[in-house]
Design a protein around this ligand. Sequence first.
Ligand code: HEM
Length: 393
Amino acid sequence: MTERDYPALLRQFDLFDPAHEEWKYDAFAYAREHCPIVRTEAGTGFWLITRYEDMRRILEDWETFSSVQGSPAPTPVRLGPLDADPPMHTGLRKLLNPVFSRTFALRYSDEMRRNCRDIIDGWIDDGRVDVINQYAGPFVSRTLARMVFDEDDPEKMARAIEVVDRVTEEGTPESFFDLAMLSAEYLAAAQDHPPERDGVLRALVTGEIDGRPVPEDEALGSLNVIFLGGLDTTKSAIGHIAMQLALNPELESRVRDPRWVRQDMDEFIRLQSPVATFARNVTRDVRVGGVEMKAGDRVLIRFDSANRDDAKFPDGSCLRFDPPRGGNAGFGLGIHRCIGAHLGRVQIAIAFEELLARVTRLELDCAPEDIVWKPGIANCPESIPVRFKKVSS
Ligand code: HEM
């Protein structure tokens, strides 16, 4: 760790400042050792939660640490279960959990494989690819658009994919607005779907919470967060794993072994923490880790710091596969634990099975220090350029 004034840096840590990406892991490591719950004045002002045990305590107490308006930056739209507390949260999860089961995700596996193959056909002869923008991004957005909108008309599907693609590529307010408009259209149309067209839309338009239809803003909010939660996260996990394969060639044989999905995938996710952070609002005065918090304070859970806490994961800044490490919070903990974890894992598994069927010996096509990580809620690289050899058929 280079010597810097970490207490001063932590006081102004801003999750949306690209320059802070450069030193945040060193600053969090410093904080875990010296000041594990530390105040930053950036944005609305937050208590940064950097240790695993403090994070766990907070995530397991939703009454004291509420998710209502829990986004670190104000959002013009609701975020479904992510910014709800029980009973609304419980109701939404009950409706949505069945359409995010592993079995439900596997229904789409043939289509996911076809998507991967089509995308790979586009660059296989070039010997190089940007894994984020030319593979993971288009694959994840096509899969999600298909699963959520359940569109049979190829032209309409192409339009939906284009709108979702723009959110992953640009992430601008306009692109989110277009997605929200499209979601509203699909929700309205789903009122007339026959019962056999089960899926996310039908769950939201026909489902009830406490005997009442799902409020419109909560249904739309749920669609928003499914896209916000499902795009950059899975895309960046695929990019990060590809980067690790390029940096550590001995890992390729591990990922070629189908057992990697159960044994090793979560270790990649722990180290990277594709969801870097999310916030909670303190509802009553409380003491955590020796710090007095007041009702109305905000906390910023740093999944990416807690997941590297040596007290929980010895040598936490490195990949260690054997023995498997339990308890990582890459998909969160407590009632807001990721609803898309099964889908995310299925997508990542298929993305690598299809990729490694066609290419081998990935190498970074830039210096490791040239990989730029975007600031924000997700830990997502801007691009992962790699070179590869074709698998001889
Ligand atoms: C590698 C992929 C993924 C990772 C690492 C990830 C991580 C997370 C984490 C850490 C949370 C908890 C946030 C909190 O407690 O504040 C979360 C919640 C959530 N995720 Fe994911 N996620 C992934 C993929 C997905 C996918 C594919 C979807 C949907 C298509 C999704 C949808 C959601 C939703 C809706 C929530 C809110 C759940 C609730 O509040 O009950 N995620 N995710």
